[in-house]
Design a protein around this ligand. Structure first.
Ligand code: GLY
Length: 414
């Protein structure tokens, strides 16, 4: 590959006992350049380096992004929506990978990722919300899932801190959680140990030569040449200059405000599992971590690139969480933060090769970035090493937007 003026560092030698590393990234470039060092970019880089390709990640602050805000619910079943059955299959497939993925990542990084097989309880607080939850239950049954419907009393028996007004619920024992901040730390270390090079500068322009993507120019003026380039910068993936319009991923930012509280040690049994609800039609969730952190989320706001925390957002979250679990007002409030989900026109991710040779996308995960991380890493590594997506990921090819007459469930040109 052509030499560049890039500041591509020589990869650190791997620690003793580490698995065989990927070939080093050199000043001549790399096999794969991943634009974006959030959960999706890092998992793509890690899995691809494991397969023997030289990989670099361009990001001024790798380990950041929406994963620093996300609650980390692995809610394949309780976030099932009408019309998203294809996505449901993908979500479920990724959720099933989580235990083995976690074990491998923790082994590779020496870090605890906070994965917790605690299950979820989805509850309703009034007749309208209960009717909606019944609809979700019916949809789950049509999708082949057997979830248990509980009375309000049965819900409170499982979670005694629930409000007396809880009038019914669904027990989803397979919807677990992980801690995205720990996940990011583990992925960073696993990437380093696998030989991934980190370029701490923003990619500002895609390089295209003879109708092929050939890398990117970075904000520090350097050029990184790569055999394949992956746009994995979350909501920013559609904003890179130089990407031809017909392959620019149609992603947009969807703001979510999230709160972090602390459950004091003496309240160890505040909540034993994730609890979520519709409160007058609005969703709210409470995710209790083993270390005492309680995450309350999330707003859904179409406000462009705004990441401000607002009094209204915090008020709504606390009001709804309080209706669900009144004792929450006793807890110290640690943090209020907003992140940007990468929304796509059909709410499905965009995975794999685009119509521009050498350019891939791994973005558009919307509400499911953390959940879809294990699967995304695998399918992107497969696409980058073998040139095509595995069968189950084909409906999620970015090419569906270059062929608007096809929908996501039809076979797409490869
Ligand atoms: N999956 C939770 C959220 O996006 O708020």
């Amino acid at each position: 590959m052509h030499a560049s003026e890039s500041h591509v560092p020589e990869a650190e030698p791997p620690p003793a006992g580490a698995p065989s590393p990927a070939p080093s990234v050199t000043r001549a470039g790399c096999d794969v350049l991943v634009v974006g060092g959030g959960v999706i970019g890092l998992v793509t880089a890690w899995r691809t380096a494991q397969r023997g390709l030289s990989v670099a990640v361009a990001d001024p602050r790798p380990g950041g992004g929406a994963g620093q805000v996300a609650a980390g619910m692995l809610a394949a079943v309780t976030e099932l929506h009408y019309g998203e059955e294809a996505l449901f299959a993908l979500n479920l497939s990724s959720a099933r990978r989580y235990p083995a993925f976690t074990a491998e990542l923790e082994e590779a990084s020496g870090q605890d990722t906070g994965y917790r097989a605690c299950g979820t309880l989805a509850v309703a607080l009034d007749a309208d919300d209960r009717a909606q939850l019944r609809e979700l239950h019916a949809l789950q049954q049509r999708s082949g899932l057997e979830l248990q419907w509980l009375t309000g009393r049965e819900c409170r028996r499982l979670e005694p801190m629930l409000a007396p007004g809880v009038c019914g619920g669904l027990r989803a024992d397979g919807d677990h959680q992980t801690d995205p901040r720990r996940l990011l730390r583990a992925l960073l270390i696993a990437c380093e140990r696998a030989g991934v090079a980190f370029l701490r500068s923003e990619a500002v322009r895609l390089l295209v030569s003879r109708d092929r993507a050939t890398g990117a120019e970075l904000a520090d003026g350097s050029r990184v040449h790569a055999g394949q380039t992956v746009l994995a910068a979350g909501a920013h993936s559609g904003a890179l200059a130089g990407v031809p319009e017909q392959v620019l991923p149609p992603v947009r930012p969807v703001k979510g405000q999230v709160l972090r509280l602390r459950v004091p040690r003496e309240y160890a049994l505040f909540l034993s599992r994730t609890v979520r609800a519709l409160v007058r039609g609005g969703p709210v969730y409470l995710v209790p971590r083993e270390n005492g952190e309680l995450v309350v989320g999330a707003t859904t706001e179409e406000l462009g690139w705004d990441t401000g925390v607002t009094a209204g957002g915090v008020y709504e979250l606390l009001r709804d969480a309080h209706e669900l679990v009144p004792g929450i007002t006793e807890l110290p409030l640690l943090e209020a933060r907003a992140g940007l989900r990468p929304g796509s026109p059909d709410n499905f991710p965009l995975l794999g090769p685009t119509e521009l040779p050498g350019l891939h996308t791994a973005t558009g995960h919307y509400r499911n970035g953390v959940l879809l991380a294990p699967l995304t890493g695998e399918v992107m590594a497969e696409a980058l090493t073998r040139g095509r997506l595995p069968e189950e990921a084909r409906p999620f090819s970015p090419r569906r937007f270059s062929h608007p007459h096809l929908n996501a469930l039809q076979e797409l040109p490869r």
